[in-house]
Design a protein around this ligand. Sequence first.
Ligand SMILES: Nc1ncnc2c1ncn2[C@@H]1O[C@H](COP(=O)(O)OP(=O)(O)OP(=O)(O)O)[C@@H](O)[C@H]1O
Ligand SMILES: [Mg+2]
Length: 465
Amino acid sequence: MRGELINEFPMDVQQVLQWADELVFERTGKHLTNLQQAVLLGVWDHQKYREIAQNYRSTEANVKKAAGALLQLISQELGKQVTKSNLRATMERYHISNVSSVGNFVQSNLVGGNINLCRESWHSAETSHQRSPSRTNTDKHYDMTDAPERDHFYDRSDELTTLKQWIVEENIRLVNLIGLSGIGKTAMAVELVDQIKDRFDIVIWRSHNQFLKQISLENNLLDILSQHQETKLNSLIEYLRSYRCLIILDDLQETFNRGELAGTYLPGYQNYSKFLKKIASFSHNSCFVLISSEKPLGIATLEAESLYCRSLHLTGLGESAREMLKTRGLTDDDKWLELITLYDGNPSWLNIISTTILDLFNGSVTQFLACPMPFLGDLETILSESYLRLSESEKSVMFCLARVQSLDITHKPTDFSGSHADFLKALQSLCRRFLVNKNLENGGSSFNLKPVIKEYIKLQIINKE
Ligand SMILES: Nc1ncnc2c1ncn2[C@@H]1O[C@H](COP(=O)(O)OP(=O)(O)OP(=O)(O)O)[C@@H](O)[C@H]1O
Ligand SMILES: [Mg+2]
């Protein structure tokens, strides 16, 4: 049940946000939008609509419209005319007496029957310094020690725009950055953080490969967050509510079993799905960015269920990889696109192959491409890392795919020994690892391998025979 408002006690804006969120949800079946939250916070801070629009990067007309609808709902609920200028005074005469359904997880924070949330849950860098002193003592805290350094970065502007839209504008709480190993997920996340870190109070970058167990990872995050403030909160979610945190967790694939179908958690991470579900479904204004070369099981369902979970599948660099080849000092730029296409625009693969072209062909892409293609060389080592993660049934499907141009999956290949259902399961798992391409053809779909991967699998078939 939604918390009631009663007279007497001063009110924290967090409580107002929570109360308004529940009110809106009860009336419309939807939670407060980011814009409505920004409006509420701005009005609370006596900002003009123009300022709120500027801070939120929206138009004044949009802000006015959102404010009008919100104030009308609040007026109806309180039975009195609430306007922009009397909202704060009106609300400050009230206090939330009951813990609400949304606030179940803050029950432990009840002090003398009152909710003691203390901090604001959402604010942009622009608005934070306009807050009253009691709510502005949040020093920025950036912990990027585990992130690689920023380096040359070639155009990913479309993907960066999408991610910024999701994180900054739409307040998405769980973003999954997924794609094949070496495609540039980590590099792009480093760039993303650099571009949006000012919008957050706390930024932490961690890699899953440092934590064998979920509990160690959670404790590590709690340690960092609690060092950041005087009052200790009880759970990660409370910190996510009290501060706007950006937490990047790289190498999620390290939490998955090897030799089994993709995305199944290791024993130390068996409750991770539940944890991620909480991050996406509990009300807070922080963001987790998960980076993985395997799509976790359950994420697709979470995306369907929650408006606050999204995945971005990163693919090759395309034309912008030309910059990379130029920096490496390759020649014959008329052949660069052919090289980029052959190596699927994968920056890691292109870097490795560029070294070979420099070492053996003096930088000439034409001479290199005149050899039998695709050449793997040092790529074999990194491809073997992905290969060793596969289950036996997936390896078997890869062998089938390496022998044909493309595979129509309505018929099980004769050289796959398991059932048709096993074949489909293995294929779906390979899709979750981004190792196979799906092609839409005449309303149906067929599957094939990228040339580099196909070549690698052919070598495995030869080694096996
Ligand atoms: N947009 C880019 N511009 C320049 N270099 C890039 C770009 N993206 C990736 N790279 C380079 O390619 C290499 C692989 O990138 P990165 O480590 O980000 O891949 P990844 O997808 O995180 O791989 P993995 O799944 O193995 O961790 C790195 O050396 C990185 O600097
Ligand atoms: Mg990476």
